[in-house]
Design a protein. Structure first.
Length: 556
């Protein structure tokens, strides 16, 4: 709303109120006028709750106006109230205001600098609106302020150094905005601060070591910015329980001093290099994925009694997986994918009874798939793809009743596909492609009623396609290409109405092509090429089009 128009509405609305009712005798007319200006500026008549506003009753009885034993406005609490428009500067006339709670509305425009005159304010909560413009440096005058919440708006410009004057501030939330420029070193003067959220902005430059002066800090999140330079070792002296600096442009090595931290350390998606300090084993979560770290995984990481998440994926780590990781009794996530790790999978990993997620894919691991992994009854995800593992697929994996994903593709596995895998009824994704598996497709795979993706391509499987696969009603992706399957395509595959890809290329399948495939209304790609006993491709393509299906003519 145009501000001039809003002022006209305020004047008209005030005229109506004056002529229709007399204000309560104890009401301060200046505060009443300020409230009515606010009401008009924020589209009060269209808010969810406005009981009493503009009436002759004391403004202390109006919805969201708190006076608490006095005739002065102490609190303005109108969160989740469908307010729109702008916050008027006249709020400075509510000189005894302690609390402004306007979060989760549709307010726009700037934050009035005049709020910096309200010296009694303890809390400003304007999060989750559409506010724009800079953070007023005048807010640094609010010496009593404990909580400043400005997150999830469209604020831009720098963080005012004047905020470092807020000596009583406990929590500063300015994340999810468009703030830019450096982090002011003056924030280190916030000695009472417990939570600092600056993430999801466009902040740049180095992390100021002065932050060490925030002696009461418990949580600091700086992720999803454009910060650069090294991590100050001084941060290790802050007793924070959460330090998140992921998704920036930080470089250099990880300071061993960060091992003094307790809780969660997330340095993912930066440009950090060098080795992993063994001192980091005291944390609850260690997340270092997608950096340029090298060298071995320190065995000392296995000494923690608290570590629940260890994510070292997408680095250049080499050497064996330390057996000591099997001593992490509370570990729930182990992600080491996309490194240069070698050697066998340590049998000690079978001791990780709380493990839910295991990703060792895209390494140079050799040896066999551990039969003992079947002891990890809580596992929901196993990805061992793109290694040099050999031997059979252990039928004991069928004991993992909660498994959602089993991916062991692109290894050197041989032997048959165990029929026992059909017992893992929670399985959503089964990928054994790119191995040397042989023998028939087990009909028991038709029991995997929750399966979404079945990838068995690039093996040496033989025999017919089991008709029971047609009962997999949730299946979206079926790839049996590059095998030696024979016989005709089962008409039951026409029951797979969720299927988007059906890839049967390079087998020995023969005619006829079942007309039931025309039921596959969600099919995006059909590839039957390089099956010498099917009709020539031109005739086949014409038949597929006649059935009303799209098809994908892959490379010949």
């Amino acid at each position: 709303m145009n501000r001039s128009l809003a002022i006209i509405i305020v004047l008209l609305l005030s005229l109506v109120i004056v002529t229709s009712a007399t204000a309560a005798p104890d009401d301060d007319p200046v505060q009443r006028a300020a409230l009515m200006t606010f009401y008009a500026s924020t589209n009060g008549p269209n808010c969810y709750y406005d009981v009493g506003w503009g009436s002759a009753e004391s403004f202390c009885t109006w919805y969201g106006v708190n006076c608490v034993g006095t005739t002065d406005v102490l609190g303005l609490v109108l969160n989740y109230n469908n307010l729109s428009g702008f916050i008027p500067p006249e709020l400075e006339d509510l000189s005894n205001l302690y609390d402004i709670d306007l979060y989760y509305n549709e307010l726009s425009g700037p934050i009035p600098p005049e709020l910096g005159t309200l010296r009694n304010l303890w809390q400003i909560d304007l999060r989750s609106n559409n506010l724009t413009g800079p953070i007023p440096p005048e807010l640094g005058n609010l010496s009593s302020l404990r909580w400043l919440y400005l997150r999830t708006n469209e604020l831009d410009g720098p963080i005012p150094p004047e905020l470092g004057n807020l000596g009583e501030l406990r929590e500063l939330w300015v994340e999810d905005n468009e703030l830019s420029g450096p982090i002011p070193p003056e924030l280190g003067d916030l000695s009472s601060l417990e939570e600092l959220y600056l993430d999801n902005n466009k902040l740049s430059g180095p992390i100021p070591p002065e932050l060490i002066r925030m002696i009461n800090l418990q949580r600091i999140t700086l992720h999803n910015n454009e910060l650069s330079g090294p991590i100050p070792p001084e941060l290790g002296a802050i007793g924070v329980s959460r330090l998140n600096i992921s998704n920036n442009y930080l470089s250099g090595t990880i300071p061993p001093e960060l091992g003094n931290l307790k809780g969660i350390l997330d340095l993912s998606n930066n440009m950090l290099s060098g080795s992993i300090p063994p001192e980091l084993g005291n944390l609850d979560e260690l997340l270092l994925t997608n950096n340029e770290l090298s060298g071995p995984i320190p065995p000392g990481l296995g000494t923690s009694n608290n570590l629940s998440h260890l994510d070292l994926g997408f680095n250049n780590l080499s050497g064996p997986i330390p057996p000591e990781l099997g001593y992490l009794s509370n570990l729930e996530l182990l992600d080491l994918h996309n490194n240069e790790l070698s050697g066998p999978i340590p049998p000690e990993l079978a001791n990780l009874g709380h493990l839910l997620y295991l990703d060792l894919s895209h390494n140079n691991l050799n040896g066999s798939v551990l039969t003992d992994l079947s002891a990890l009854g809580n596992l929901g995800w196993i990805d061992l793809s793109f290694n040099n593992l050999s031997g059979p697929v252990p039928p004991e994996l069928a004991d993992l009743k909660w498994l959602w994903t089993l991916a062991i593709s692109n290894n050197n596995l041989n032997g048959p596909i165990p029929s026992e895998l059909g017992q893992i009824v929670e399985l959503r994704n089964l990928d054994l492609s790119g191995n040397n598996l042989s023998g028939p497709l087990p009909p028991e795979l038709g029991n995997l009623v929750n399966l979404v993706e079945l990838e068995l391509a690039e093996n040496t499987l033989t025999g017919p396609i089991p008709a029971g696969l047609g009962s997999l009603s949730t299946l979206q992706y079926l790839d049996l290409s590059f095998n030696n399957l024979d016989g005709s395509i089962p008409s039951e595959l026409g029951n797979l109405t969720s299927l988007t890809w059906l890839l049967l290329r390079h087998n020995n399948l023969s005619n006829p092509i079942p007309s039931e495939l025309s039921n596959l209304g969600n099919l995006f790609g059909l590839d039957l090429d390089e099956n010498p006993n099917l009709s020539c491709w031109e005739t086949l393509a014409a038949r597929v089009w006649a059935l009303g299906l799209p098809f994908y003519e892959g490379p010949n």
